[in-house]
Design a protein around this ligand. Structure first.
Ligand SMILES: NC(=O)c1ccc[n+]([C@@H]2O[C@H](COP(=O)([O-])OP(=O)(O)OC[C@H]3O[C@@H](n4cnc5c(N)ncnc54)[C@H](O)[C@@H]3O)[C@@H](O)[C@H]2O)c1
Length: 361
């Protein structure tokens, strides 16, 4: 798709990575609310081109696309100079890829992110800046004592079991991806502190929902569904008892918008964002649920744990809920059922073959 640039979109909201999974959902909501949105995306992720096309078709007047790499500082400065707000999602998103090519991971996530942030600072105006960080900034959490139950790990500590992991948890970057996202996270917070940039950070757990083209490397909820719908085996790294709190993408979008609307009050803050203990699910539990929905067994294969894998991570998102006035998240069973329906509608024959086709484009 050719980039129409930012002509006609006076002071757009800039969404880097706006053709990706979360970015495209946010862009759609912003456009529905009447905003002009500039997607700044290299379209390197399989499925991004499709998301960009979908957005442009739905909102031809309000969405523009600049196909560009976040490392292109000249382009970054140009879009930031026009922006009314910046949501920064563009990233090298996979731990696995960061281990294969830490240099590129660093260049995209740290240098690219820093260039964007610095461009925002140089505006010398209160430009809202919201950054998509990750729970990986807390490391593998191996010091949290766990009990092994039939299908999941659970913390021994009653408070963590009831509430999850809060922002009080010390930072402990593991893997190049954890380091690069963590470094960007810290720069954003410091730019709020040192330069009074109205900036905030969302440390997300696992987000899932429509427009997610999950792969083995990132986006496991959609990845499991795509494989299961296609009748393919799912590879589980570890024993499948690892637990994550999953959050439906609409709820994540609500949080980003609330952070923007309340940025003067919440600037300089980092919030954990996830489904919380009520939406904590182990890989085994999710697979059992998928089997129930599809009415047939799903083949699974087991491989060794991957570096930095957390046995248990559940967000304590109470600070975000309270400060940003968030509603109760969608219950995970309902959200996963919605995602199954979306995948079936969007890819009636085979979601995975469509994904392969896009990857080859
Ligand atoms: N999805 C999750 O559960 C989750 C959890 C924690 C953090 N995050 C963070 O949220 C952000 C969005 O995640 P997502 O799941 O939507 O990922 P995604 O891969 O769907 O979206 C990222 C987008 O960035 C684009 N991109 C990648 N490298 C780029 C570059 N060098 N220049 C310009 N664009 C580039 C891709 O084409 C893609 O459209 C990422 O920063 C990720 O680290 C996501």
């Amino acid at each position: 798709m050719n980039a129409p640039g930012i002509v006609g979109a006076l002071h757009p909201v800039v969404v880097t990575g706006g053709a990706g999974f979360i970015g495209s959902n946010l862009a759609d909501r912003l456009a529905r609310e009447g905003r002009h949105v500039l997607l700044f995306d290299s379209l390197r992720r399989a499925g991004a081109e499709r998301n960009a096309r979908w957005l442009r078709e739905r909102h031809p007047e309000r969405i523009s696309l600049q196909r560009c790499d976040i490392r292109d500082q000249t382009a970054v400065r140009a879009i930031v100079s026009e922006a009314s707000a910046v949501f920064h999602f563009a990233a090298q998103v996979a731990v696995t890829t960061s281990l294969l090519d830490p240099t590129e991971d660093f260049a995209i996530n740290v240098v690219g992110g820093f260039g964007l942030l610095e461009a925002a600072r140089r505006q010398n105006r209160a430009l809202p800046f919201i950054f998509a960080s990750t729970n990986k900034v807390y490391g593998d959490l191996a010091d949290i004592p766990l009990v092994e139950e039939k299908d999941c790990y659970a913390p021994l500590d009653a408070a963590i079991r009831a509430n999850g992991v809060s922002e009080e948890r010390p930072l402990d970057f593991h893997t190049p991806y954890g380091c690069s996202k963590g470094a960007a996270d810290q720069y954003v917070l410091d730019y709020a502190r040192s330069f009074d940039l109205p900036a905030a950070v969302m440390r997300m757990s696992c987000i899932y929902g429509p427009r997610q083209m999950g792969t083995e490397d990132q986006g496991w909820v959609a990845h499991f569904l795509i494989r299961a719908l296609r009748g393919e085996a799912i590879t589980i790294f570890g024993d499948g008892k690892q637990v994550r709190d999953i959050l439906y993408v609409d709820d994540a979008v609500n949080a980003y918008l609330a952070a923007w609307r309340n940025i003067e009050r919440v600037k300089g803050r980092a919030f954990n964002l996830g489904g919380g203990p009520a939406n904590a699910v182990s890989l085994r539990t999710l697979i059992a649920f998928i089997e129930g929905r599809l009415g047939r067994p799903v083949e699974t294969r087991y491989e060794a744990w991957r570096p930095g894998d957390q046995r248990y991570y559940v967000s304590n998102a109470q600070a975000a809920e309270h400060e940003l006035g968030l509603r109760q998240p969608l219950p995970w069973r309902e959200g996963v059922a919605r995602l199954i329906d979306w995948l079936r509608r969007e890819y009636p024959s085979s979601p995975a073959s469509a994904r392969q086709k896009e990857a080859a484009e």
